[in-house]
Design a protein around this ligand. Sequence first.
Ligand code: FPP
Length: 243
Amino acid sequence: MEIQGLKGKAAELAQNLNPEKLPVHVAIIMDGNGRWAQKRGLPRVKGHEKGARTLRKVVELAAKIGIKYLTAFAFSKENWSRPQEEIDFLMNLLRRYLKNEVPTLIKNHIKLLVAGDVEELPEDIQLKIREAEEATKEGTRLNLILAVNYGGRAEIIRAARGMAEEGEFSPEAFRRHLYLPHVPDPDLLIRTSGEQRVSNFLLWQIAYTELYFSPVLWPDFSEKEFIKALIDYQGRERRFGRI
Ligand code: FPP
């Protein structure tokens, strides 16, 4: 397919994309920021900074391609055990992202949603999240979901509790108590940096998700790499337990 504004090798590769077989929902574990920085003799946080720019590019490309949902793992529940300085940096990055990206999101009809225990985040970030969600709620082109203070097991426990309170026990009832009940399950999960783990991300939702592992560190993950992942996905046979 032809993608507006895309040049060079990425545009060439995109010719192999079948617009009829795109994943509806792509989830990404953006791993390798720290190693990217260390390799360059930079502080780890420089990797996060570059990683945020990579995310921006991937969001833009996903919107152009026509992907409907993109979920990015921005901060996990386990990330609280990192050095305070790194946590502060990531929170500031999130503040900046929520402040600066909203006009671009609105302009491009992108709806921002956050999945995770938002109530445990600093108050001002909670407010910024609510404002950003409100400001972008009319967006119909792409749903950008930031997983922040997110953990798959925590989400499962939360849903189990909700289901118990409701008194109905079924996959459908369970789903009603997920952070974002209306978001379809991911079709494709990408993890960068060569690690082949799920790391407590979307555990319930990835039951039938295709997994794609890229050796590229997240800050270096390019438009070309994203398209490569989509082409790989399109070559898979999805059977959902059928024959
Ligand atoms: C994993 O790399 C990445 C994170 C823990 C943070 C992801 C955040 C971003 C990409 C920035 C964009 C986020 C916002 C706030 C919009 P790592 O630090 O685990 O890398 P390593 O495995 O090489 O140490």
